[in-house]
Each structure stands twice: as C-alpha cells, then as structure tokens.
Design a protein around this ligand. Sequence first.
Ligand code: ZN
Length: 415
Amino acid sequence: MAVRAASGGFVALLLAGLLAAAVPAADRVAALALPDSYPVATDVRLGGDEADTRFVMDLSRKIDLHAFTLADPYRVVVDIPEVVFKLPPKSGQGGRGLIKAFRFGLMMEGGSRIVLDVVKPVRVAKAFVMDAAAGDPARLVLDLVPTDRRSFLRQIALDDRLLSTAAPALPEPQADRSDPRPLVVLDPGHGGIDTGTVAPTGQMEKDIVLDFAKRLRERLQKSGKYRVLMTRTDDTYVPLDERVRIARKAGASLFISIHADSLPRKEGDAQGATVYTLANRASDAQAAQLADKENGADVIAGVDLKAEPTDVAGILIDLAQRETKTFSVQFAHDVVGDMKSVARLHKDPVKSAGFRVLRAPDVPSVLVELGYVSDRQDLKSLMSGAWRDRTADSIATAVDTYFATHLAGTRTGAK
Ligand SMILES: [Zn+2]
C-alpha cells in the first residue's frame, strides 16, 4: 500500500482499458459514465513558505467546502462535493512550506476529499472558493499558518462540537437476520481517496480487490449456502474500525479482507499470495511492516483516529477470543490449501500480525493478500479475469471446507 493520489485522467483511462475485459458490462458502463454535471479540478499549485503556505486548486465552477484539521499525524482535510480530478500526474507527491504532500479523491458517493499532510500544527487562516472571473477558472484557496500544538488541539475540539450535532448518518450495509444461513462478510480493502498500493503500470489495489470480492460474492451466493455482505460495493472509503463494526453488527460467521501488496524494488522480489491472521506479535518483520502499512489507511483517507470507537477489544471474554483465533487460523490454512492448486503462493503463505481490520473478538477473520503488484507475473495474474475467477473459486471452496469440517452443527446461522 503506497501513499499515492488518484492521479487524474490518464490513470483512470489506462485502468478503464485494462479492466474492460475483466469487469462485468454493467459495472463498466457505470465506471465510465462520468456525468458532465460534476465540477472538474484541472490544476493545483502550492505557494509561500513555512510562515504562510497557500494551496490553490483550479475548478470548472464554484463549490462549497468544509476544511478542518486532524492530529497525530497533523493533517488538514477539505471536504467538497464530488469533483472529477483531472490534475497533472504526480500532483500531491511533493510539498512546499507547511505542506508535506497531499491526496485527493472520492470519499463517499457525492463527496470528494483533499487530505494535506502538514509538517507541524497549523491553523487554517483562510478557506474559500473564488468565482471564475475574467477568463480565470474558479479557485479553491487554502491559507495555512503555523500554530502551537495546544491551539491546534483546541481547534479540533471546537470543530468536533460543531460536527457532532451536524454529522449525517451514513447508510450502512444490512444483513437479513431472519435468514439462518451463515453470514460471510467480504471486505475489499481501501477505496475512494485511498487507492491502496499502485502498480508501476498504474493499476490500483482498491480496484483489483473490489472486482475480486464481487466475483467471490457471486460464487458464495450461487452455492446457496451463505449470506454474503460486503463492507463496500463501490469506490468509496470505509474506515478500518467501521469494517469490523459492520461484520460484528450483522452477526458475521466469517470475515475475509481482500488486499494486494507491493514491495519496493530494493527490498527484494516477493511474490505470491499470503493469508494473514491477527496476532499481537507479528510472525516476522515483513508481516509487521505490512500490518503497519495497511493500518495506515485511515491516515491516508483523513479519518480522525481518535473518533473511531476503540471498544472492539475487551468486550468478550478470553475464551471466545481464543476460540475465534483458533478458527481464524484453521480457515487461513483452508484457504492456503485450496488456493495452492490455482494460484502462486508466497513461500511462507500463512502469517500473522496486528491488522486492525482483523480485531473482531467474536468473528473469525483473515486478510488475504492476493499477490504483489510489484511482481510482473503476479500483476499479470491479478489483472486476469480468468485468474480472479479461479482464485475466487478456490477461496469459496475453502469457505465450504471451513464450515463443513470445523463448524458442522455448532455455528450455523447468525449469532
Ligand atoms: Zn491493502
């Protein structure tokens, strides 16, 4: 998973082309039909220095904005209506003055977001959008000045008080509780502003794993044996703890998080799929590093970590957690056992580390890294519809094995 902004039209076009063969026709039409009613962001500039830094984004028309700050790490978040970003490649990868780097993209249907990483506590001195005038486009302008940590945190507290009364409830996926079949929750990683890891050739983890999860859902549903719920079904971001909460609230019997990994060239050439379970102590240094990367998704998407509920741990008694852990590890081995005949596996395919999305104390949970987009052979597989189908089939078989052998008669149906 890399910090990379969704960089404009070129990547989108490239991706649309590459996915065209792999995505069902209906989804393809939806993905390509960008209503021209959306405002378009065409350019972005940084100006000033550490005493006063200005962020300017050119827009096809005036829009509303809401800017606020987040701590640890220090960030400035700008929420705007859904915008089509057609910015120059590599926009946001560099910084200036108080701004280290920034990202932009879809946050939810109808809403886009810009997240700026800042080098120290800042105050948003100005945040406004200027109307187009005299041949100039409309411009979103943000002026940042340095402040001290105390004032920074006080501002956050004030913003929180305003927001807590105004925050709209987001629609969330629901499961049919009257249906006695076991509920499998599929969790495609990342989404929206958080692209996940990006292949050297531009393909994004968030798109690969969403398509894969939809194929797996189809197979599980076709068997008639399970109910299936997805934590996201479109290109929006879902905070990590929210993914866990969705599974627990719906009474999931199994939680499968889907990801793809990458490795910088200098760190060797890892390849193949790996299945992870939760552990306090990571099984090796690479697993620990990966968990850190995946756990950073909320930072990338501009989610306030403090505001996330932390009551997930410590709710259930030890025994249930031990049982959950045992089941998770059993399922991880089932997945590896069935995947090995159709997909290339990592040389050490079952690992564990402290992934935040695997922390439900009462839902057996695994995280499948399908492969490395940094590896040519893996990427070829990941972009192949036939490979996705075969691999989804093998995971569906593992789900069958899991429920048939480990849970026969003990845990069918919703809890
Ligand atoms: Zn990921």
